[in-house]
Design a protein around this ligand. Structure first.
Ligand SMILES: NC(=O)c1ccc[n+]([C@@H]2O[C@H](COP(=O)([O-])OP(=O)(O)OC[C@H]3O[C@@H](n4cnc5c(N)ncnc54)[C@H](OP(=O)(O)O)[C@@H]3O)[C@@H](O)[C@H]2O)c1
Length: 259
């Protein structure tokens, strides 16, 4: 089977916008791109963290953005159109995660609704808002953060895993539709990484991949253009990503979801 070639991105001379850039993977990616001399625009809801990043890193700019709030997105779009018309790259990374117990009597769909709104509609809204700017620029690229839980779900995080499986499917269609524009469409599918996504414990969990190691490996893959089918997969992603095609899906599913 041949894997479609997806145009590599340049790691320099970009004006890039990152959502969910105030902490964790987004913040580490923002810093890595800033270290390479790119114009980095960081967004998130926590203004104090945006202010701290701007203080620490001259040249980096931060703007508030709630991806669930269309007014907030409209304000940012206007600002970037006037102040950063060279925008050529979007990293749609903002996401939330929460466990849900669908067997409990008080389970309702409110957590699911907020996950769908942030993880799915948040990515679609920012893509719709910024694609018209990005597609006109050289080295145009969109990278969105899914998860390797897109490939095998953890049943205690049902909507979270499904939201990432949605992105995995949707990004394939986006990539196909933009194949002649051209905009490089990449999917980042992190393994379990040391961030505070599910709480403070995760940032210290020895089973999770250290954040700096993860982002270093990602930047190496991007530099080498090593992302078959547009999927940016680190070594730790491979077992889950390949489980189905290698006939190990049922065994891995059972290991992740003990009966
Ligand atoms: N860490 C892992 O193990 C792992 C594995 C697979 C995938 N991922 C994915 O990686 C991405 C980053 O997560 P992380 O692990 O780095 O966790 P994190 O530190 O909690 O980062 C989440 C980021 O999303 C932002 N965010 C959340 N809701 C938002 C909203 N409504 N509007 C705007 N920004 C919002 C947060 O910023 P504010 O709070 O300032 O808004 C924060 O910057 C997520 O999409 C996550 O699903 C993580």
């Amino acid at each position: 089977m041949t894997t479609p070639h997806v145009r590599p991105i340049s790691l320099s001379d970009n004006t890039l916008l990152i959502t969910g850039g105030t902490s964790g993977i987004g913040r580490a990616l923002a810093e890595a791109f800033h270290d390479l001399g790119n114009q980095v625009i960081v967004t998130g809801r926590r203004q104090a963290l945006l202010d701290a990043m701007m203080r620490e890193r001259p040249g980096l700019v931060g703007f508030p953005l709630d991806v669930g709030n269309p007014d907030s997105l409209a304000r940012l779009t206007e600002t970037l159109r006037s102040q950063f018309p060279d925008l050529n790259m979007l990293i749609a990374n903002a996401g939330i995660s929460q466990a849900e117990d669908m067997g409990s009597d008080d389970w309702d769909a409110s957590v699911a609704a907020s996950i769908v709104d942030t993880n799915i509609m948040g990515v679609l809204r920012v893509t719709a808002a910024f694609l018209p700017m990005i597609r006109k620029r050289p080295n145009a690229a969109i990278m969105a953060t899914s998860s390797n839980l897109a490939f095998i779900p953890r049943a205690d995080y049902p909507t979270y895993c499904a939201s990432k499986a949605f992105l995995h499917s949707w990004l394939q269609s986006l990539r196909h539709q933009l194949r002649n524009v051209p905009v490089t469409v990449l999917e980042l599918s992190p393994p379990y990484v040391q961030t505070e996504l599910t709480g403070e414990h995760q940032a210290k969990d020895p089973r999770a991949m250290p954040l700096a190691d993860y982002v270093t490996e990602v930047m190496q893959l991007l530099a080498m253009g090593r992302h078959p089918n547009g999927e940016v997969l680190v070594e730790r992603d491979m077992a889950r990503r390949r489980a189905e095609r290698e006939g190990r899906y049922d065994e891995m599913y059972a290991a992740i979801n003990p009966g």
